[in-house]
Structure formats: structure tokens, C-alpha cells
Design a binder for this molecule. Structure first.
Ligand SMILES: Cc1cc2nc3c(=O)[nH]c(=O)nc-3n(C[C@H](O)[C@H](O)[C@H](O)COP(=O)(O)OP(=O)(O)OC[C@H]3O[C@@H](n4cnc5c(N)ncnc54)[C@H](O)[C@@H]3O)c2cc1C
Length: 330
């Protein structure tokens, strides 16, 4: 295994921020992971794991060892799938759809690796990973201990899990229990109207194609316009707060959920007039208010400036706090 000193991470994060790793290695199997942990342990270095870097905001150089997870392998046993952490997520979705296995077709085209999917409990178009999740295997980066986590151990919530708070666990594989074709989910409004307008019956395959098509037209491609997807979480507020906001802003979208009322972060940013707002090369997308784009040589300082401006204008106008969704490394 090759350990590279002082490497630029520009090609390893989809926002293409040019920060450096003190040490870097790419692992492709579990023994490599053991070797990387040992390398870090003997030098007393912290470990940061990266998948495809599509949900990280690297604001500073990373001290210690950055491990890029490329551990591969997928096996199906009926509806049960076991996938190694370094597999590409969309590739796994495609394999499931080819077998007419459902449950993850709504999560098509989410960038990144399988191992990162449980970290923020990825979700889209009415489905979250936790809906079909069985278990995962992880290794503790300090002790080398291996452990299995059930769905309840993972403490999944909206874009959240135990692993966002206990960062020493490195996921090596995940197991999912997929569903028969008849169980596809198509109630999410944009998806439902896409299918209805075209008189398409909802199947695993048709939902997969619909979601892929909708995403291609709505979201900026990180390969063309470097970004990390939705930059802010949709704020959750009490029903009373939502009612008050609706009184002042009758057109504000409000979604009732079990925990309270969810507001649309994109709507708040758009209505605050922030689409296209920029500092240097970092800007709020003109196309999608929730996406922040690096137009070239954007710096971490410019990005922090844009985040602060968005948060403070939204707070001033709506008294709502916007929380950053991707993992920030300061
Ligand atoms: C255009 C675009 C659209 C997106 N759309 C969605 C969407 O619809 N829904 C959604 O939920 N997300 C979305 N995302 C966010 C992102 O795709 C997901 O969060 C994805 O799971 C990140 O995978 P990654 O491999 O790139 O993770 P990285 O960015 O490399 O890592 C993310 C975090 O997970 C940790 N991590 C990564 N791998 C492991 C591992 N094996 N073990 C332990 N920790 C690990 C990292 O340390 C980091 O903290 C989108 C991003 C983009 C750019």
C-alpha cells in the first residue's frame, strides 16, 4: 500500500477545493484498511475516510492520514444484497434494478460510495436508505475492533446517523434487504406527476428511469459544475412556528412530517434573492438555490463567506436557522 505525503485533495472532493492531506492512501480491500489503520496508529495520526468526496466541505488542510475507500465487491442472495463500502452507489442501484429488486430505485444517481450512504442516511424522492437497511460492518480506526451494526444501532434520522457523531468507525460493507417489484414507492410529488403525465405505471424500472431523468434535468452535474448537492438541510420547525410563518408568507411551502413541519431550504434561499449570489468563484447556483458551486478556483474563505451570507439573510428574513448538510472539515 502506497502512502503519499502532502497530497492535494482537489481531485478527491466534488467541490474541488484545493486543500492538502498530510498523508493519503487509496485502499482496495479489507487487509489494506488494516494496514492503513496500523500506519496511522504507529505515527499517532488521525484518520479521515473519503469515498467519492461528494458530501464533504474541506475548509482546511487535513492533518493525519486520508484514506480513500475503494473496497469492491457485491453479492446478491435473493433480495438480500451485501456490498463493499468502496462500490459506487449508483452502480449498486443499477444492479438491483436489473434484477427487478426494489427499494433503492428512488436513490438512483446519488453520487458517492456505498460506505458513505449510511453516514447521512441518504434519501431522495420519498425513500431513505434506512427503509431497506439491514446491517453494516465497520472497523474502529483507533482500536482496529470490528463490529456489526443493526439498523437501530445506526440511529438513522433525517440526513443523520450515529456515524456523523462517532467518527472513528470506518464502514467496510453494508447489507440491504431489497423488495419485490410491486413494492416500489412513487408518491413523492415530482415523481408521481412525472409518471402520471406520461401514463407510466410505477415499477422498479420505470421509477428508476423517471428519477434518473428528473435528477439530470434539475441538478447541476458536479463533473461540470463542482458542487456537493444540497448544501443546507430543510429546516424542521414546530407546527406553531410554521403557522406563524404561513401567516406572513402565505405562499411558503410547508410539509408536515412526524417530527413537526419541514420548510423548503431552497424556497427560503430563492425568496431571499440569493440565487446567483457569489463571492469570488463560489456562488449559489442560478438553477437550484440549494446548490453552491465552485466556478473555478474558489477558496475555502470565499465559501465560508457565501455560507454566512445565506444563513444570515435567511435568519434575518424568516427567523429560521439553516444547517449545513455536508460534513464540514475546518
Ligand atoms: C449532485 C449531488 C447530488 C446529491 N444528491 C443527494 C441526494 O439526493 N440525497 C442525499 O442524501 N445525498 C445527496 N448528495 C450527497 C452525497 O451524494 C451523499 O451524501 C453520498 O452518500 C456521499 O458519498 P461519498 O462517497 O462521496 O462520501 P464522501 O463525501 O467521501 O464522505 C462523506 C462523509 O462520509 C464519511 N465516510 C465516507 N465513507 C465512509 C466509510 N466507508 N466509513 C465511514 N465514514 C465514511 C466521510 O468521512 C465524510 O464525513 C448529493 C451530492 C451531489 C454532489
Amino acid at each position: 500500500l502506497e502512502f503519499l505525503p502532502d497530497l492535494s485533495l482537489r481531485n478527491y472532493n466534488t467541490l474541488r477545493l484545493d486543500v492538502r492531506a498530510q498523508w493519503f492512501c487509496r485502499i482496495t480491500n479489507e487487509p489494506d484498511l488494516g494496514e492503513a489503520i496500523e500506519f496511522a496508529r504507529t505515527r499517532n495520526l488521525p484518520i479521515t475516510v473519503l469515498g467519492e468526496g461528494s458530501n464533504v466541505v474541506l475548509l482546511n488542510h487535513l492533518a493525519g492520514l486520508v484514506v480513500q475507500n475503494g473496497i469492491k465487491g457485491v453479492s446478491f442472495d435473493g433480495g438480500r444484497v451485501l456490498a463493499a463500502a468502496g462500490e459506487n452507489w449508483h452502480g449498486l442501484v443499477q444492479q438491483a434494478v436489473q434484477r427487478k429488486l426494489g427499494g433503492i430505485e428512488n436513490l438512483a444517481l446519488i453520487p458517492g460510495t456505498v460506505g458513505a450512504a449510511p453516514i447521512q442516511n441518504i434519501g431522495a424522492y420519498g425513500v431513505e436508505l434506512s427503509d431497506i437497511f439491514s446491517s453494516l460492518k465497520a472497523i474502529h480506526s483507533l482500536t482496529g475492533e470490528t463490529a456489526e451494526f443493526s439498523a437501530s444501532d445506526c440511529q438513522f434520522a433525517y440526513r443523520d446517523s450515529l456515524f456523523k457523531h462517532e467518527r472513528h468507525w470506518i464502514v467496510s460493507s453494508i447489507a440491504l434487504q431489497l423488495l419485490p417489484d410491486s413494492k416500489t414507492t412513487s408518491h413523492y410529488p415530482t415523481l408521481a406527476s412525472y409518471l402520471q403525465d406520461r401514463a407510466i405505471t410505477a415499477t422498479v424500472e420505470s421509477v428508476f428511469h423517471a428519477v434518473s431523468e428528473i435528477r439530470r434535468t434539475r441538478l447541476p452535474d458536479p463533473a461540470v459544475e463542482p458542487n456537493v448537492g444540497s448544501f443546507f438541510k430543510n429546516p424542521l420547525v414546530d407546527a406553531a412556528v410554521a403557522k406563524e410563518l404561513r401567516r406572513s408568507f402565505p405562499e411558503m411551502p410547508v410539509f408536515e412530517v412526524v417530527e413537526g413541519c419541514k420548510l423548503s431550504a431552497a424556497w427560503l434561499i430563492d425568496q431571499a434573492g440569493l440565487k446567483g449570489f457569489n463571492i469570488g468563484d463560489i456562488c449559489v447556483s442560478e438553477k437550484h438555490a440549494l446548490v453552491i458551486i465552485n466556478q473555478g478556483d474558489g477558496s475555502p474563505e470565499e465559501l465560508v463567506g457565501v455560507i454566512r451570507e445565506v444563513q444570515s439573510l435567511v435568519a434575518e428574513r424568516y427567523h429560521v436557522d439553516l444547517e449545513v448538510e455536508p460534513q464540514i472539515y475546518e
